[in-house]
Design a protein around this ligand. Structure first.
Ligand SMILES: [Zn+2]
Ligand SMILES: [Zn+2]
Ligand SMILES: [Zn+2]
Length: 237
Protein backbone atom coordinates (compact mmCIF):
# COMPACT_ATOMS: atom_id res chain seq x y z
CA UNK A 1 0.00 0.00 0.00
CA UNK A 2 1.37 3.41 -0.93
CA UNK A 3 2.43 5.40 2.14
CA UNK A 4 1.62 2.75 4.76
CA UNK A 5 3.71 1.70 7.75
CA UNK A 6 1.73 -1.38 8.80
CA UNK A 7 3.43 -4.69 9.63
CA UNK A 8 2.86 -6.08 6.13
CA UNK A 9 4.04 -2.99 4.30
CA UNK A 10 7.17 -2.79 6.49
CA UNK A 11 7.80 -6.55 6.43
CA UNK A 12 11.16 -7.85 5.23
CA UNK A 13 9.53 -11.17 4.24
CA UNK A 14 9.59 -11.16 0.42
CA UNK A 15 6.21 -12.93 0.46
CA UNK A 16 4.70 -9.71 1.82
CA UNK A 17 5.74 -7.80 -1.31
CA UNK A 18 2.84 -8.31 -3.68
CA UNK A 19 2.32 -7.22 -7.25
CA UNK A 20 -1.12 -7.37 -8.83
CA UNK A 21 -2.63 -10.87 -9.23
CA UNK A 22 -1.97 -12.92 -12.34
CA UNK A 23 -0.84 -16.46 -13.14
CA UNK A 24 1.13 -18.13 -15.94
CA UNK A 25 0.03 -21.63 -16.95
CA UNK A 26 2.49 -23.85 -18.78
CA UNK A 27 2.03 -27.23 -20.42
CA UNK A 28 4.47 -28.99 -22.72
CA UNK A 29 3.17 -27.09 -25.74
CA UNK A 30 1.19 -24.13 -24.44
CA UNK A 31 1.88 -21.05 -22.32
CA UNK A 32 -1.08 -18.97 -21.21
CA UNK A 33 -1.44 -15.91 -19.00
CA UNK A 34 -4.49 -15.37 -16.86
CA UNK A 35 -4.98 -11.58 -16.80
CA UNK A 36 -2.58 -8.83 -17.81
CA UNK A 37 -2.40 -6.44 -14.90
CA UNK A 38 -0.39 -3.24 -14.50
CA UNK A 39 2.59 -5.25 -13.23
CA UNK A 40 2.76 -7.53 -16.26
CA UNK A 41 6.00 -6.01 -17.53
CA UNK A 42 7.82 -6.32 -14.19
CA UNK A 43 6.46 -9.85 -13.66
CA UNK A 44 7.43 -11.02 -17.15
CA UNK A 45 10.95 -9.63 -16.72
CA UNK A 46 11.36 -11.09 -13.24
CA UNK A 47 10.11 -14.56 -14.21
CA UNK A 48 11.73 -14.52 -17.66
CA UNK A 49 8.47 -15.06 -19.53
CA UNK A 50 9.37 -15.43 -23.20
CA UNK A 51 6.26 -16.87 -24.70
CA UNK A 52 2.51 -16.25 -24.32
CA UNK A 53 0.17 -18.15 -26.62
CA UNK A 54 -3.01 -16.53 -25.28
CA UNK A 55 -4.38 -14.44 -22.44
CA UNK A 56 -7.47 -15.47 -20.51
CA UNK A 57 -9.16 -12.53 -18.82
CA UNK A 58 -11.18 -13.00 -15.64
CA UNK A 59 -12.77 -9.54 -15.91
CA UNK A 60 -12.04 -5.99 -16.98
CA UNK A 61 -11.02 -4.25 -13.76
CA UNK A 62 -7.90 -2.10 -13.97
CA UNK A 63 -5.76 -4.41 -11.83
CA UNK A 64 -6.39 -7.20 -14.38
CA UNK A 65 -6.10 -5.46 -17.76
CA UNK A 66 -3.80 -2.44 -17.42
CA UNK A 67 -0.79 -4.42 -18.70
CA UNK A 68 -2.33 -4.77 -22.15
CA UNK A 69 0.06 -2.25 -23.72
CA UNK A 70 2.94 -4.61 -22.89
CA UNK A 71 1.37 -7.29 -25.07
CA UNK A 72 3.23 -5.47 -27.89
CA UNK A 73 6.42 -7.29 -26.90
CA UNK A 74 4.71 -10.67 -27.12
CA UNK A 75 3.24 -9.72 -30.49
CA UNK A 76 6.74 -9.21 -31.80
CA UNK A 77 8.09 -12.36 -30.10
CA UNK A 78 5.19 -14.51 -31.32
CA UNK A 79 4.86 -12.67 -34.65
CA UNK A 80 1.07 -12.62 -34.46
CA UNK A 81 -1.90 -10.95 -32.78
CA UNK A 82 -2.51 -12.05 -29.18
CA UNK A 83 -5.61 -14.21 -28.69
CA UNK A 84 -7.45 -12.59 -25.74
CA UNK A 85 -10.32 -14.58 -24.25
CA UNK A 86 -13.02 -13.09 -22.05
CA UNK A 87 -16.75 -12.83 -21.49
CA UNK A 88 -18.76 -10.18 -23.37
CA UNK A 89 -18.49 -7.59 -20.59
CA UNK A 90 -14.72 -8.02 -20.32
CA UNK A 91 -14.17 -7.73 -24.08
CA UNK A 92 -16.33 -4.58 -24.09
CA UNK A 93 -14.28 -3.20 -21.17
CA UNK A 94 -11.04 -3.85 -23.08
CA UNK A 95 -12.42 -2.15 -26.22
CA UNK A 96 -13.52 0.88 -24.23
CA UNK A 97 -10.45 1.21 -21.99
CA UNK A 98 -8.01 0.68 -24.87
CA UNK A 99 -10.14 2.40 -27.52
CA UNK A 100 -7.06 3.74 -29.35
CA UNK A 101 -5.97 0.15 -30.06
CA UNK A 102 -9.16 -0.48 -32.02
CA UNK A 103 -9.58 2.98 -33.56
CA UNK A 104 -8.50 2.96 -37.22
CA UNK A 105 -7.78 6.70 -36.87
CA UNK A 106 -4.98 6.15 -34.34
CA UNK A 107 -1.65 7.50 -35.57
CA UNK A 108 0.66 4.69 -36.56
CA UNK A 109 4.23 4.58 -35.33
CA UNK A 110 3.79 4.64 -31.56
CA UNK A 111 3.27 0.90 -31.54
CA UNK A 112 -0.03 -0.68 -30.63
CA UNK A 113 -0.73 -4.05 -29.07
CA UNK A 114 -2.38 -6.37 -31.57
CA UNK A 115 -5.27 -8.11 -29.85
CA UNK A 116 -7.60 -10.78 -31.17
CA UNK A 117 -10.65 -10.57 -28.90
CA UNK A 118 -12.35 -13.96 -28.49
CA UNK A 119 -15.61 -14.52 -26.65
CA UNK A 120 -15.63 -17.29 -24.07
CA UNK A 121 -18.89 -19.21 -24.47
CA UNK A 122 -17.94 -22.48 -22.82
CA UNK A 123 -15.02 -24.87 -22.44
CA UNK A 124 -12.19 -24.18 -24.86
CA UNK A 125 -8.86 -25.61 -25.90
CA UNK A 126 -5.69 -23.58 -26.44
CA UNK A 127 -2.95 -25.77 -27.91
CA UNK A 128 -2.84 -28.79 -25.61
CA UNK A 129 -4.47 -26.94 -22.70
CA UNK A 130 -8.12 -27.58 -21.85
CA UNK A 131 -9.80 -24.59 -20.24
CA UNK A 132 -13.04 -24.80 -18.27
CA UNK A 133 -14.52 -21.38 -17.47
CA UNK A 134 -16.01 -21.16 -13.96
CA UNK A 135 -18.85 -18.66 -13.42
CA UNK A 136 -18.25 -16.42 -10.39
CA UNK A 137 -19.84 -13.37 -8.84
CA UNK A 138 -17.70 -10.29 -8.10
CA UNK A 139 -20.32 -8.23 -6.28
CA UNK A 140 -23.22 -7.93 -8.72
CA UNK A 141 -20.97 -8.58 -11.69
CA UNK A 142 -20.58 -12.03 -13.26
CA UNK A 143 -16.93 -12.83 -14.00
CA UNK A 144 -14.88 -15.90 -14.91
CA UNK A 145 -12.58 -18.21 -13.03
CA UNK A 146 -10.73 -20.91 -14.93
CA UNK A 147 -10.11 -24.60 -14.37
CA UNK A 148 -7.18 -26.41 -16.00
CA UNK A 149 -7.32 -30.15 -15.34
CA UNK A 150 -7.13 -30.52 -11.52
CA UNK A 151 -6.18 -26.88 -10.88
CA UNK A 152 -8.59 -23.94 -10.62
CA UNK A 153 -7.96 -20.20 -10.34
CA UNK A 154 -10.83 -18.22 -8.80
CA UNK A 155 -9.81 -14.64 -8.14
CA UNK A 156 -12.00 -11.57 -7.59
CA UNK A 157 -15.17 -13.16 -6.28
CA UNK A 158 -17.40 -13.06 -3.24
CA UNK A 159 -19.71 -15.86 -4.39
CA UNK A 160 -19.57 -18.87 -6.67
CA UNK A 161 -22.36 -19.23 -9.20
CA UNK A 162 -24.60 -22.25 -8.52
CA UNK A 163 -23.23 -24.00 -11.64
CA UNK A 164 -19.65 -23.51 -10.47
CA UNK A 165 -19.70 -26.10 -7.67
CA UNK A 166 -20.21 -29.05 -10.00
CA UNK A 167 -17.31 -27.85 -12.16
CA UNK A 168 -14.92 -27.82 -9.21
CA UNK A 169 -14.97 -31.46 -8.13
CA UNK A 170 -11.78 -33.49 -7.82
CA UNK A 171 -9.33 -30.59 -7.64
CA UNK A 172 -5.76 -30.98 -6.42
CA UNK A 173 -5.28 -27.24 -6.05
CA UNK A 174 -7.60 -24.26 -5.94
CA UNK A 175 -6.51 -20.63 -5.80
CA UNK A 176 -9.24 -18.52 -4.25
CA UNK A 177 -9.83 -14.82 -3.57
CA UNK A 178 -9.44 -13.74 0.09
CA UNK A 179 -9.06 -10.00 0.48
CA UNK A 180 -8.91 -9.39 4.24
CA UNK A 181 -10.60 -10.32 7.52
CA UNK A 182 -13.42 -7.79 7.38
CA UNK A 183 -16.26 -8.37 4.88
CA UNK A 184 -16.14 -6.66 1.51
CA UNK A 185 -18.94 -6.21 -1.08
CA UNK A 186 -17.02 -7.80 -4.00
CA UNK A 187 -14.32 -10.05 -2.52
CA UNK A 188 -14.40 -13.00 -0.11
CA UNK A 189 -13.14 -12.25 3.37
CA UNK A 190 -10.65 -14.80 4.70
CA UNK A 191 -13.30 -16.58 6.80
CA UNK A 192 -15.68 -16.74 3.84
CA UNK A 193 -12.91 -18.07 1.61
CA UNK A 194 -12.01 -20.77 4.14
CA UNK A 195 -15.64 -21.90 4.20
CA UNK A 196 -15.77 -22.05 0.40
CA UNK A 197 -12.45 -23.89 0.31
CA UNK A 198 -13.82 -26.48 2.76
CA UNK A 199 -16.76 -27.03 0.45
CA UNK A 200 -14.60 -27.28 -2.68
CA UNK A 201 -12.38 -29.84 -0.91
CA UNK A 202 -9.27 -29.42 -3.06
CA UNK A 203 -6.19 -31.13 -1.64
CA UNK A 204 -4.45 -27.72 -1.38
CA UNK A 205 -5.94 -24.23 -1.24
CA UNK A 206 -4.01 -21.03 -1.84
CA UNK A 207 -5.56 -17.63 -1.20
CA UNK A 208 -4.83 -14.68 -3.46
CA UNK A 209 -5.68 -10.99 -3.94
CA UNK A 210 -4.95 -10.28 -0.26
CA UNK A 211 -4.60 -6.68 0.82
CA UNK A 212 -2.04 -5.53 3.40
CA UNK A 213 -4.36 -6.42 6.28
CA UNK A 214 -3.19 -10.02 5.83
CA UNK A 215 0.48 -10.47 6.64
CA UNK A 216 1.88 -13.66 5.15
CA UNK A 217 3.35 -15.63 8.02
CA UNK A 218 0.97 -14.61 10.81
CA UNK A 219 -2.05 -15.27 8.60
CA UNK A 220 -0.77 -18.69 7.54
CA UNK A 221 -0.29 -19.60 11.20
CA UNK A 222 -4.05 -19.30 11.81
CA UNK A 223 -5.24 -21.08 8.65
CA UNK A 224 -6.50 -24.68 8.62
CA UNK A 225 -4.23 -27.47 7.37
CA UNK A 226 -3.94 -27.54 3.59
CA UNK A 227 -4.68 -23.82 3.24
CA UNK A 228 -2.22 -20.96 2.94
CA UNK A 229 -1.71 -17.60 1.32
CA UNK A 230 -0.19 -17.63 -2.14
CA UNK A 231 2.75 -15.35 -2.81
CA UNK A 232 4.43 -13.76 -5.82
CA UNK A 233 6.59 -16.30 -7.60
CA UNK A 234 4.81 -19.37 -6.17
CA UNK A 235 5.31 -22.26 -8.60
CA UNK A 236 3.09 -25.36 -8.60
CA UNK A 237 3.91 -28.47 -10.63
ZN1 LIG B 1 0.07 -1.47 4.97
ZN1 LIG C 1 -11.98 -6.98 -9.74
ZN1 LIG D 1 -8.72 -7.58 -8.77
Amino acid sequence: MIACDCATCRSTDPRDTRLRPSIYVETADTKVLVDAGPDLRAQALHHDIRRVDAILFTHGHADHIFGIDDVRRFNSLMKRPMPCYGDAQTLADIRRTFHYVFDPGTHKGGGLPSLQLLLVEGPLRIGDLDVQPIPLWHGDRPILGFRFDRFAYLTDCNRLADEAWGLLEGLDVVVLDALRDTPHPTHFSLDEAVEVARRIRARRTFFTHMCHHLQHESTNARLPAGMSLAYDGLVLE
